[in-house]
Write a protein that binds this ligand. Sequence first.
Ligand code: COA
Length: 392
Amino acid sequence: MDECTSVVNTGLRGVEVATTKICRVDGKAGKLVYRGYTIEDLAENATFEETAFLLLHERLPLKDEIASFSENLKLKREIPDSLITFLKAVPHDTEPMNLLQAACPILALNDPDCGKEGIEPTLKSAENLISGLAVVTALFERIRSGKEIILPENSLGHAENFLYMMTGKPPDSETAGILDTCLVLHAEHSFNASTFTARQVASTGAEIYAAVSAAVGSLSGPLHGGANVRVMEMLKEIGTQERIDEYIKKTLDAGERIMGLGHAVYKTLDPRARILAPMSRRMGELAEDLSWYELSEQLADKAQQAFKAKKGTDIYPNVDFYSASLLNAMNIPLDLFTPVFAISRIAGWTAHVIEEQYATAADKPALYRPGASYIGDYCGPDECTFIDINSR
Ligand code: COA
C-alpha cells in the first residue's frame, strides 16, 4: 500500500470509517439513538416491527405502513421445503449459529428478489431475512428436540410468533412484550463487529444474504454476540452468592475477563443494560426464580468494586450481562441466546447493507480496503529465494 495512517492492532478503535444516518452511540454519555429516537423512548413505546421499519425506512411508520410491513413479515414466515429438508438433515447437535449462517444462502436461493438491483428488491429481501432467521431458529429447536414442527401463526406478532413456534404454546402477553423489547434493544448498534462485517461485504457489491451470512458468523464470537452465553455459563459456574468473591479474585488475578462487563465504546453504563436489569428481574418473577437475577446484581456490584481497586478505573455491565439471566428465565436454551440476538440485530444489519449500497453519491462509502503493516522478516523484507522441495 502507499502512504497509510497507522492504527495497527487497535481494532480500529476511535477511527471513523464511514458516515451513517442509522444510529448514534455516545460512549461517554451512555447514549444510544436509532435514527433520532433514544433507545429509552423506543424500548418504552415501539414494537420490534416498528423499530425494524424505522431502521430500514429512515422514519417511523404510519398506521397503514406498519400494517403492510407486518403483513409482509407474516407472509415471509413461510419456510421453503428445501430449508425444512436441510434443517431435518443436519446433525441435531449442529451449533445453532453455524446453522443460522448456513440457512442464509438457502433463504437466498428461494428469494425471487435476491440478486435484483435496487433498493425495493433489497428491502423485500431484508423482510425475508427478518422473518426467516426467527423462523429457522424456532424450527431448528423443534426438530433437534424431536418435536413436531409448529407452523407460524399469523395472528401473532414477531416476538410472540417466535416463542409460539419454538414452544408450541402462545406466550403470555407480558413474556411476549419482554422479548419484543429485548429485540428492540438489540436491533442496532452502529459499527459493531458484525455490522461492520455486513457493511464490508456489502461494499463489494455482494448481495444482502452474503453480507448477513458473514455478519452471523461475526456475531457468533465470544467477545461479541456469544458473550451472553458466556455470561450464563459464568453465572452457573459461580452458582451461589457465597462464591462470587472467590470467582472475581480468581478471574482478575489470572488476567481473565468477567463476561458481560466492559464495552469497546461505552465507558459508562450501557443504556441497554440499564433497561434490561429491571426486565430481567421481572422475567425472574414470572418464572418464579429470581436467583440468577440476584446473582447477576451481586456479581456486578462486587466485580465493579474489585476492578476499580485493581485497575483504578471503572467498568460497567454491558447489554449481554442482564440478557443472560433474562433469556434463561424465559426458558430459551443456552445455545439459542446468540441466535436470539441475531434475530433482532438482523434489522440493523439489513439497514446498514442498504445504506452501504444505496446511500446517495455524496454519502456513499467506498469499498473497504485497509492497509496492513508487513512485519514478515524471514530472509530480509522481500528477499527469500525459492528453494526446491527436495533441497529444503
Ligand atoms: N473483565 C476483566 N477485565 C476486563 C474486562 C472484563 N470484562 N474488560 C476489560 N477488561 C480489562 C482488560 O483486561 C484490560 O486490562 P489491561 O489494560 O490491564 O490489559 C482493560 O480492561 C481494557 O481492556 P480492553 O480489551 O482494551 O477494553 P475494550 O474496551 O477494548 O474491551 C471488551 C471491550 C468488550 C472486548 C471487553 O470489555 C471484554 O472482553 N468484555 C467481556 C466480554 C463481553 O462482555 N463482551 C460483550 C461486549 S457487548
